[in-house]
Design a protein around this ligand. Structure first.
Ligand code: SF4
Length: 218
């Protein structure tokens, strides 16, 4: 593990959060985890699962505050191989904070990141050596489907996927490939997984969005 606990170097840096959820089991990352959900997202998915990320943050944490709050479960983390999962919204919008957090937290904590990777390359580079496990929500590898569903190009996401597979063990990366009602098909899911396999990824989760399409908002 490349992370080493060190003294806090940037106590002023802060993290805008839409919530912290403790004592999660087998939901995101190994062992018992605490989910720290970041505010904001560059995408506008038609069936957004976390629309609260676009509202005002519930709390803005300093580094010391968040470390203190999640440390209450330190014994659970250490006993189960668990730790902290950063999700959102898009947590990599606040990559500098995540890097500082990982530098300051106990090195035994398992740090997981849930991201769409739709962020600038420098945000990725800031945390690549800090994260133990990546869970990537890829939407669809077809640029037209991606744009129709998210409102954005997937060029940046693909660049970040290349960076990720070049620098990390595929075993520590799970790619989630959804079936998105009205936007893609099972054949599109299979096509996305073929492209990703050719890139070197090996660990996929296929699932169907459980959504009421009449609630599509964007
Ligand atoms: S990636 Fe899509 S589903 Fe996730 S928070 Fe952003 S807009 Fe919502």
């Amino acid at each position: 593990m490349s992370r080493r606990q060190k003294k806090l170097t940037n106590k002023e840096i802060s993290f805008a959060s839409i919530g912290v959820d403790r004592l999660r089991v087998a939901r995101d990352g190994d062992g018992i985890t605490t989910l720290v959900a970041g505010a904001g997202c560059p995408l506008r998915c038609r069936y957004c699962l976390n629309p609260q990320c676009f509202r005002a943050p519930l709390h803005t944490y300093t580094l010391t505050e968040l470390l203190d709050e999640v440390s209450m479960d330190n014994l659970y983390f250490q006993a189960t191989g668990g730790g902290v999962t950063f999700g959102g919204g898009e947590p990599l919008l606040q990559a500098a904070f995540i890097h500082e957090f990982c530098s300051a937290c106990p090195s035994e904590w398992h740090i997981c990141l849930e991201s769409s990777l739709a962020v600038p390359r420098e945000n990725m580079e800031m945390v690549l050596d800090d994260i133990d496990q990546f869970i990537i929500d890829i939407k669809d590898m077809n640029p037209e489907i991606y744009r129709a569903y998210t409102g954005q190009s997937n060029e940046q996401t693909i660049e970040n996927l290349k960076l990720l597979i070049a620098r990390k063990d595929p075993e520590c990366i799970k790619i989630r490939i959804p079936r998105i009602p009205l936007f893609n098909t099972k054949a599109d899911q299979a096509r996305s997984s073929r492209i990703l396999k050719e890139m070197g990824f090996t660990n996929f989760e296929f699932f169907e969005y459980d959504t009421d399409i009449s609630n599509s908002k964007r």
